[in-house]
Design a protein around this ligand. Structure first.
Ligand code: FES
Length: 335
């Protein structure tokens, strides 16, 4: 284990909605984990996989709570946490990061959650409920049985210091809310927070931009790459900058290992890199945590992450190899 990592013992694990399992984890030895509403924890699993999960909330006695949606078509971590982890099992708490906090300047908070995207929003609503700032929570689920934490949300609203409103939308019986209409009515100074599927986030982000509302989000899915978008970032290369299929294959030279490998369509650079260096660090695998940042020696990355700034992408010195690809037929990395 690295210096800042601590063991987390699973204290409780139970199904709280269809395909949603909640785990309460206790640091061992007892440690106070510093985190803010909207934070996520990076967990190392017994299989060796590391994944990020939003913290639902702190639970009693210094424990933390996460909720995991079982995804049989995913990369296996959710199935491991549902099917193979039981109370008493040990995980590694690698880091706690806060990237989506409550805006202190907001005069009104609107939370929009889709599916398991409710998890970071619960802690933010709880935090908002301790202030006099009004807030509303719109939670959309495929059907009622899939929607975790609905009772808890209602309780938070009932005991809120300021005005609060919870709107639960079961898509099996009701249409998706008209967010354009809903956000038309929000006062100046509103901050909108959104977490859930990429399509929901993109819609709400666009509507907020049209109304000049502050928008904060955390992506649970990968953003679609706009076809024909100009490549961001380039470094001198002896390869001619070639327009290649953005999702097609390319060649990666792992300079330090002196190994060259092909990354095929549908594969990530990270997957290929781990066949050479199995211990290579990564976490979210979705381009938002920054763990897999790698130095580019030559070639032109096709950046698809949400970590680097536009300036950094233009500069092209590093890339997130879990999601980003190559604009050139060959790219050389410091690995
Ligand atoms: S593993 Fe998180 S950005 Fe690549």
């Amino acid at each position: 284990m690295a210096e800042n990592e601590v063991i987390g013992v699973v204290e409780r694990a139970e199904l709280i909605a269809t395909d949603v399992r909640e785990l309460v984890i206790r640091p061992e030895p007892p440690a106070t984990l510093r985190w803010a509403a909207g934070a996520h924890v990076s967990l190392g699993l017994p299989s060796g996989t590391t994944r990020d999960y939003s913290l639902v909330d702190a639970a009693p006695a210094g424990t933390i709570r996460i909720a995991v949606l079982r995804d049989p078509d995913g990369r296996g971590a959710s199935v491991e946490l549902h099917d193979r982890i039981e109370p008493g099992d040990k995980l590694v708490i690698r880091a706690v990061r806060s990237e989506m906090g409550l805006s202190p300047a907001a005069s009104n908070h609107v939370f929009v959650a889709g599916g398991i995207g409710v998890t970071p929003m619960i802690s933010m609503a709880r935090r908002a409920s301790t202030t006099t700032t009004p807030w509303s929570f719109h939670y959309v689920g495929r059907f009622a049985g899939h929607m975790a934490y609905t009772d808890e949300l209602n309780r938070i609203a009932e005991t809120s210091t300021g005005p609060a409103h919870v709107n639960l939308v079961d898509r099996s019986t009701a249409p998706r809310p008209d967010f354009a209409h809903l956000l038309d009515d929000q006062p100046t100074g509103t901050t909108v927070y959104c977490c859930g599927p990429t399509t929901l986030i993109d819609d709400v982000e666009r509507i907020c931009a049209e109304r000049s509302l502050t928008f904060v989000s955390e992506h649970f899915g990968r953003r679609a790459v706009t076809a024909g978008a100009a490549p961001q970032g380039s470094k001198p290369s002896d390869e001619t900058l070639t327009t290649i299929d953005p999702d097609g294959g390319f060649v990666v030279e792992f300079a330090r290992s002196d190994i060259t490998k092909e990354v095929k369509a549908g594969q990530s650079i990270l997957e290929v890199a781990r066949t050479i260096k199995p211990g290579l660090s990564f976490s979210c695998s979705d381009g938002y945590c920054g763990t897999c940042e790698t130095t580019v020696i030559s070639g032109s990355p096709d950046h698809r992450d949400t970590v680097l700034t536009d300036e950094e992408k233009k500069c092209g010195e590093t890339m997130m190899i879990c999601v980003s690809r190559s604009c050139t037929a060959r790219i050389t990395l410091d690995l």
